[in-house]
Design a binder for this molecule. Structure first.
Ligand code: KIV
Length: 275
């Protein structure tokens, strides 16, 4: 059954947890979709995971459309959310609607996600008015890494916590259908989840959010280097890939691969005529 804004809303009402994971290409999307996740996110994290940038700032609309369209072709049942990249909506309400429309038309997303709180209420309202579902994203918003001065937990003091609550409520009132909370203290994320009628999706925001999201290279240990505190490794796929590649190289060099069963045959009588 296709996951929709309505089915995901029902899940919140029934206290049933939903699961979201990132994907950036057809093959991975197909695996994620067939595994039964409720939502797939084409995150602008693809800047790091797929394109090798050090942050998300260089990601373009063209990058997002290219990857979103590939993921859409591999997705049947999951609800597909695609990120609006840096400077595709911050510049004006008009840009926000035009670019959200492109992610739906060309990227075949089911919803768009944008980072930021109350300051983007006009943008969210305008996109929603164009019949495009919007997922908000508050807390640690990686497109603002330079303004934040690094990747840090958000909402820890009273003022910052009150601002996050106000942001979440403002986004809901503007028509957002869900809100991602990233790196928010668990008790604050619980309070916000209880205050909102729309589902919350946590990443580093504790277990009381209505859904969880992780970057797939993190949960499958495919991405080296820094691993955030909130990541749990569920399978060592990176290690398995390295092992597989080692065997492929060894067997190719030794001549064990390709074996008889990997080769196409021809009658000896035909070959003899060629010498
Ligand atoms: O870009 C991304 O993958 C995200 C998640 C971390 C929520 O926004």
């Amino acid at each position: 059954m296709k996951n929709t804004v309505m089915t995901l809303q029902k899940m919140k009402e029934n206290h049933e947890k939903a699961v979201m994971v990132t994907a950036y290409d057809y093959t991975t999307a197909k695996i994620m979709d067939e595994s039964g996740v409720n939502m797939i996110l084409v995150g602008d994290s693809l800047g790091m995971t797929m394109l090798g940038y050090e942050d998300t700032l260089s990601v373009t609309m063209e990058d997002m459309i290219h990857h979103s369209a590939a993921v859409a072709r591999g997705t049947k049942e999951a609800f597909l959310v695609t990120d609006m990249p840096f400077m595709s909506y911050q510049t004006s309400v008009y840009d926000a609607v035009v670019n959200a429309g492109r992610l739906m038309k060309e990227g075949r997303a089911n919803a768009v996600k944008l980072e930021g709180g109350s300051e983007f209420v006009p943008h969210v309202k305008a996109i929603v008015n164009a019949s495009i579902p919007v997922v908000g994203h508050i807390g640690l918003t990686p497109q603002s890494v330079n303004a934040f001065g690094g990747f840090k937990v958000q909402g820890k003091d009273e003022e910052a916590a009150k601002k996050l609550i106000a942001d979440a409520k403002a986004l809901e009132a503007a028509g957002a259908c869900m809100i991602v909370m990233e790196c928010v203290p668990a008790k604050l994320a619980k309070l916000i989840t209880e205050e909102l009628s729309i589902p919350t999706i946590g990443i580093g925001a504790g277990r009381d959010c209505d859904a969880q999201v992780l970057v797939y290279q993190d949960l499958l240990a495919m991405y080296g280097g820094f691993r955030p505190k909130f990541v749990k490794v569920f399978a060592n796929v990176g290690e398995q890939m390295r092992e597989g590649m080692k065997s492929y190289i060894e067997e190719t060099k030794s001549g064990a691969f390709p074996a008889e069963q990997h080769c196409f045959q021809i009658e000896d009588s035909v070959i003899e005529k060629l010498y």
